[in-house]
Design a protein around this ligand. Structure first.
Ligand SMILES: [Zn+2]
Length: 425
């Protein structure tokens, strides 16, 4: 089929010229060299100043942005230029390596070399053919005179350096008149899809031809959802009933990833996601925020539940291990320092003191004893005593700071270390 394609037309060639910037070089003496046509003209130095600000109109009618570059006498620029056509019910995206070659004193030359073609079958299968190329970290070379051969996306991508996908048409310039197969039109292809940003037109075609959900979504006018499907390569939407509710309520989703996050939060917090009042919010971002807050609350509860379960699991061993210290009470009348009597107390202590005495599993440490120092029942600091050296290892107040009682606590514990020592033996 590839060999039956027509060569690039004059109209298509003409458009390709416009994808290059309207630029030119100038010299202080008034010389202006147009990169669009190659003409050299002379402007009166006084007026040149104005041209530099407003742009210079060349004889070829292009409005040039001028750059001061008096020495350079040649300039070659290249762009990838794609034309979308059909052949035998297939879609073909043909990509040309277009060069604009400027040598001072000569007319501007344009060359068009077709380098690869992405073929999309009526079933959404893609086949790529391309000319031979070679590349390294900082060079890329097409061999225009080689045969077209079948290739894959990101072929020979091994090694430490990850190359860009040569056959991804996303950043290419396109001839604005797309020819689209009847099947794609039937499935909902339209101008709005052609205008979707930062996405490969080939991937859009494949998605629309292979996913029934994509077809529905496009026909419902939810282009951002379609874009999200293509970008995240998800041919199926979990919340299809919700899409239909949106459609019935004329609700257009403007940010699909935020929208689906919101739905998932709502679902997990038991909100009715069949009620358009909830799932078609006027302010999507606000609704997302609220759903997220509700979800965070529930997740916190769930986390606490797992903590409790964990505590239950280890409590027996803790009590067996440290039970003999539970009778130890250290006090000076105002301060009262007691050993934590269960793993549940570790949870409470960590929660109210905002430190990690539970998370870091201090209840599992054989050689340390954790005590809570309080004044009138209010937690002041959490104390760790070594059962090896019988010394205070650390004493921490809220958020691992120290309290006004810090020194008093340590002295008091040290003075009464005998109680702990005796309980240990
Ligand atoms: Zn010109």
């Amino acid at each position: 089929m590839s060999s039956h394609l027509k060569p690039i037309s004059d109209k298509e060639k003409g458009y390709a010229k416009s994808i290059f910037p309207s630029s030119g070089y100038y010299k202080q003496n008034g010389e202006v060299w147009c990169h669009c046509c190659g003409n050299i003209e002379y402007q009166i130095p006084g007026i040149l100043e104005v041209d530099l600000e407003l742009g210079y109109q060349c004889r070829c009618l292009n409005h040039l942005i001028l750059e001061h570059n008096p020495r350079k006498d040649n300039l070659t620029e290249s762009k990838y230029y794609s034309i979308i056509q059909t052949f035998n019910k297939w879609q073909v995206i043909r990509t040309f390596d277009v060069h604009r070659i400027n040598r001072k004193g000569f007319q501007t030359e344009y060359t068009y070399n077709e380098v690869y073609q992405n073929w999309v079958s009526p079933d959404g299968e893609e086949i790529i053919i391309s000319k031979r190329y070679s590349r390294g970290c900082n060079f890329f070379n097409w061999y225009y005179n080689t045969e077209f051969k079948v290739r894959n996306h990101n072929q020979r991508c091994a090694g430490y350096y990850v190359f860009e996908d040569v056959f991804d048409v996303t950043g290419n310039y396109f001839y604005p008149q797309y020819k689209i197969t009847r099947k794609l039109h039937k499935y909902g292809w339209c101008k709005a899809i052609e205008k979707l940003p930062y996405v490969s037109v080939v991937e859009c075609m494949k998605m629309l031809l292979t996913s029934r959900h994509a077809e529905t979504v496009v026909k419902q006018g939810q282009y951002d959802v379609f874009l999200w499907m293509v970008r995240s390569k998800k041919p199926e939407i979990e919340y299809m009933p919700q899409m239909n509710i949106c459609h019935r309520n004329h609700y257009v989703i403007t940010d699909a990833s935020i929208y689906f996050d919101m739905l998932s939060f709502m679902e997990q917090t038991g909100k009715d996601i069949h009620n358009p009042k909830f799932i078609c919010p006027n302010d999507l971002y606000k609704a997302h925020e609220i759903a997220l807050a509700a979800y965070s609350k529930i997740r916190k509860k769930m986390e606490e539940e797992t903590k409790r379960k964990l505590a239950e699991q280890f409590n027996k061993e803790y009590v067996k291990d440290k039970g003999k210290f539970f009778g130890v009470i250290i006090t000076d009348g105002e301060l009262s320092i007691k050993v934590l009597k269960s793993v549940f107390e570790f949870i409470d202590e960590g929660k109210s003191m905002h430190h990690c005495v539970f998370e870091n599993e201090y209840y599992k440490k054989k050689d340390s004893l954790i005590l809570s120092a309080r004044v009138n029942g209010e937690r002041m600091e959490t104390v760790e005593v070594s059962l090896k050296t019988f010394q205070v290892i650390q004493s921490r107040a809220v958020c691992n700071h120290t309290s006004a009682y810090h020194n008093r606590i340590i002295e008091l514990v040290n003075r009464n270390m005998g109680l702990i020592r005796r309980a240990a033996s």
